[in-house]
Structure formats: structure tokens, C-alpha cells
Design a protein around this ligand. Structure first.
Ligand SMILES: [Zn+2]
Length: 347
């Protein structure tokens, strides 16, 4: 995790936070990657700056979804052993805790960690569950895990990953996520898989309206039963979809750097978060892929202040909305709400 303390307000750094949208595969420390390249003799450069270009979005990269998604092809090479998978999980939780995240929903893609068949998706899921639980208790942070499936991968993979998620519903898994290439691959084929997982009690979050229009957000809410939307920034293209999401109180997991660096918006200051808030939508700030985008949750909060004109006080609202939108049972949400209210307004 980069040290941004010089450019982030101390009050933002110290704010107790919640992150509901963070991918494990996008959270690996660059220094850890260098060590793994050396130790496992991976076919990747050992030099940190050469490696950075292959696994992070860097200056000069075209800001487009395909280039961003291509970084994951290299990242998949790192999941070389159970120890490495457990190490990156522990470090991802530790980095969140250091950024004052008190409740984290960390999502992981079993098919990515299994390196398309080298490991069993069931086994990698257990490794992540065990490592996350260990790190959570070591760092005083609560962690819920979300299983992520890609719409550009097969239905068979999604079906198996969803089954594994349901099997571990009382063992750390709280939700299911549909991610991946929204431009080329429709979500509709995944409908019955998502419906069964939701029926079994998992929360459902769907990446939609990130790179394509509001229609995907409408579809995610009405046809797929999304409890939350990943990004959804293109919703403003259609006032009817805005009304729908507002009426249902659907939370939007917003990531400013991610949207800028993958080409969803032309600049940080062009992010539509203020308009989404103005339209009465529920919004929370999240990191998405902190390592790939070189960000932290504190930095995302600081962007909202510096580039979008939001007040420091309004940041507390994102934290509370995130608590209310967590994939936890209502009793635990109300306990967390009380804890966060006293932490946020203690002075
Ligand atoms: Zn995401």
C-alpha cells in the first residue's frame, strides 16, 4: 500500500471506514509480487518498475476496460501455492485495517485463484476463508467475503463458484458478485445461478452501468435481483432507472479512481457522484482494486473532497450508508451502526 499520508487530510485518514467493494486479486502489494516472481521463478520481470506496468494501470496506459482487464491475466500467474494465496489474503486485510477500515467486504474470484484448474475452487475458497479470519482477528477488523464470478467466463465456473459460496454461507461468505467484461458479455445467462444464490441467503452485488448504459443497471435490479450495484455511474443516462433505484434504495458502490483509470469518466472531477447524491441515490465509496489503481479508501475519500467538492462531514454519511448496505443480518447491522455513530461523532 502506497503511503499517501502527505496528501490526505489527517481527519480523512483517521476516519473509521467501511469498504464494500474490494477485489482480492486487485489488492496484492507490488512488493509481494516481486518476491513471488523471484521465489516461484514466474515468467515475469523481477524489476519492480517493469513489473508495475504489467499489473497496474500506469501513466501512459490507454484508459479503457480491455487494457484494465488484461492486467488480471498476469495477476493470475501469482496464485502459485496455498501459502501465496493465504499471504495475499492476510496482507489485503492488513492493508484495509491500516487504512482504518473497520468492516471490509473482500471479494475474490475462485476461478482466478484456482488458475483455471491447477487448484480446486473449493480448496482456494477454504484457504481464503481461513486466512481472512486469521487476519481479521489479528488486526481487529470484521471481514465478510464475497465470491465473484466473471460474465466473460463459463456458466459452469459460475455455477460451481456459486455452489461453493452457498456451502460456506455460515463460514465467512456473505455474498455473490457478478463482475467482468460488461461490454461484450451479457448478464442474462447468469440469471438462474444468481437467483439460487440469493434464495439461499447470499447478498447479491452486480457490476453494471460501469462501462455501458443505464439499461444494464435496470436489468441488474429488475431481472437479476441485485441488492447492490457495483459502480452504476451510467445510471444518470436514464431518469426512469434513477427513479427505480431510488425507490428501491439500491446502494451504489462507487470507485472514483477505478472509473477514471478504466475510461468511464474523462477526469476525476468529472465523476458523477455529486449528481448521483443529488438524485437521491444511496452511494458508498469503495476502492475496487487498490493495487491496480494505486489507491486506498482514504485516497478515494480525499478525491471526493478535492475533486468533487464534498465536505469532510459528508464523508461520514458514506460510512454509515455502507454499514446499512453491508451483507450482514439486521441485528449485526444495527450493532455496527451504533458503534460507527459513536466513533464518527465522538469528538
Ligand atoms: Zn469491481
Amino acid at each position: 500500500m502506497k503511503d499517501y499520508s502527505a496528501i490526505i487530510d489527517k481527519r480523512v485518514l483517521e476516519l473509521p471506514k467501511v469498504d464494500l467493494h474490494r477485489h482480492l486479486e486487485g489488492s496484492i502489494r507490488l512488493e509481494t509480487m516481486v518476491e513471488v516472481v523471484r521465489e516461484a521463478s514466474l515468467p515475469l520481470p523481477e524489476d519492480i518498475e517493469s513489473l508495475r506496468r504489467l499489473v497496474q494501470v500506469v501513466d501512459g496506459d490507454p484508459k479503457e476496460p480491455a487494457l484494465f482487464l488484461s492486467k488480471f491475466t498476469n495477476i493470475r500467474l501469482f496464485f502459485h501455492s496455498p501459502e501465496i494465496i493465504q499471504r495475499i489474503t492476510v496482507e489485503a486485510v492488513e492493508d484495509a485495517a491500516r487504512d482504518q477500515v473497520r468492516y471490509l467486504e473482500l471479494r475474490f474470484t475462485p476461478a482466478a485463484l484456482a488458475q483455471s484448474g491447477v487448484f480446486d475452487m473449493e480448496d482456494v475458497t477454504r484457504w481464503v476463508i481461513d486466512a481472512a479470519a486469521e487476519a481479521a482477528s489479528a488486526h481487529g477488523i470484521e471481514v465478510g467475503l464475497i465470491v465473484s464470478v466473471n460474465r466473460h467466463e463459463s456458466l459452469e465456473i459460475a455455477e460451481e463458484a456459486a455452489r461453493i459460496a452457498v456451502d460456506h454461507i455460515h463460514n465467512g461468505i456473505v455474498g455473490l458478485d457478478l463482475a467482468g467484461d460488461e461490454v461484450e458479455f451479457p448478464a442474462q445467462p447468469f440469471q438462474s445461478i444468481l437467483a439460487s444464490a440469493k434464495q439461499a441467503g447470499l447478498g447479491l452485488t452486480i457490476h453494471a452501468g460501469e462501462w455501458t448504459g443505464a439499461e444494464n443497471v435496470r436489468h441488474a435490479i429488475l431481472e437479476l435481483g441485485a441488492d447492490r450495484i457495483g459502480h452504476g455511474i451510467r445510471i444518470l443516462d436514464d431518469p426512469q432507472v434513477v427513479s427505480l433505484a431510488r425507490a428501491r434504495g439500491i446502494p451504489f458502490e462507487v470507485s472514483i479512481d477505478s472509473n477514471y483509470l478504466t475510461g468511464g469518466i474523462p477526469s476525476l472531477s468529472a465523476h458523477p457522484l455529486p449528481q448521483m447524491i443529488q438524485a437521491g441515490l444511496q452511494t458508498v465509496l469503495t476502492t475496487d482494486d487498490p493495487s491496480i489503481f494505486g489507491t486506498t479508501l482514504s485516497l478515494e475519500y480525499q478525491h471526493a473532497v478535492d475533486h468533487l467538492g464534498l465536505s469532510l462531514e459528508s464523508l461520514k454519511g458514506f460510512v454509515l450508508t455502507a454499514v446499512q448496505a453491508a451483507f450482514l443480518d439486521p441485528l449485526r447491522i444495527s450493532q455496527l451502526e451504533s458503534e460507527f455513530v459513536s466513533l464518527l461523532w465522538r469528538s
